[in-house]
Design a protein around this ligand. Structure first.
Ligand SMILES: C[S@@+](CC[C@H](N)C(=O)[O-])C[C@H]1O[C@@H](n2cnc3c(N)ncnc32)[C@H](O)[C@@H]1O
Length: 206
């Protein structure tokens, strides 16, 4: 698994590398995934959006240009520098989300909390705990949208792993609908899952 220095190095080539790999694991359907999230939020002015692991801001930058207030956390200074250049008024916090929510955000409220291709760095229990803590940062009627490498069933994950055994990342922990939806439900959190590509899906939490 990459650490923040690894992501700093990747940041300079990130946009190009996802474009090149957007029809195969791990980024199969990348642009459809981002469009799906964007379409759930677009055209809503003056909304507050928090992006977890925003990277180079490929998703949030479109919302920024439509006057959304963008805040984000990411542990890579390289990613932060690129995102900040694209979104000068964005509030970007350098933070490792393994440590939970940064204190600067504890009193903030958001209409949308989004995350794309980042949450697989947390194990399943930590994902549930993190999402549960993020819920406290939502405005009334706010929504959490998590887009990531994900599968409906454990069988589909294993199938994808078999097909992509030469590049499968054993350190990453991907969401599986049949596991995470009940796990969240047991914590009183309702979610719905949509598969978008062979290896990506979106979890929506209200
Ligand atoms: C694969 S990139 C995804 C970037 C962007 N969200 C996208 O959809 O293209 C993962 C991002 O999550 C960040 N990240 C990974 N682990 C993190 C952690 N533990 N804490 C904070 N940020 C993390 C990385 O620095 C990187 O910017």
């Amino acid at each position: 698994m990459l650490d923040n220095i690894g992501f700093d190095i990747w940041s300079k080539e990130y946009d190009k590398s996802v474009e090149k790999g957007s029809n195969e694991y791990p980024f199969d359907g990348y642009y459809s995934v981002l469009s799906y999230v964007y379409n759930l939020i677009k055209n809503k002015e003056e909304i507050n959006v928090l992006d977890i692991g925003f990277g180079t801001g490929l998703l949030t930058n479109k919302l920024y240009s439509e006057r959304a207030n963008i805040c984000g956390i990411d542990f890579s200074q390289g990613m932060i520098d690129i995102a900040q250049e694209k979104m000068p008024n964005g509030k970007f916090i350098k933070w490792d989300f393994n440590l939970g929510i940064p204190s600067q955000l504890e009193k903030e409220k958001f209409d949308y909390i989004i995350s794309s291709y980042a949450i697989h760095h947390l194990d399943n229990d930590k994902k549930v705990e993190f999402v549960s803590n993020l819920k406290d940062l939502l405005n009334e009627n706010g929504k959490i949208i998590i887009a990531d490498i994900a599968f409906k069933t454990e069988g589909e994950l294993i199938n994808c792993k078999d097909i992509n055994s030469n590049k499968w990342d054993e350190d990453e922990i991907y969401m599986v609908e049949e596991k995470i939806v009940p796990q969240l439900f047991n914590k009183g959190i309702h979610s719905t899952y949509t598969q978008i590509s062979s290896c990506a899906g979106i979890l929506e939490i209200h």
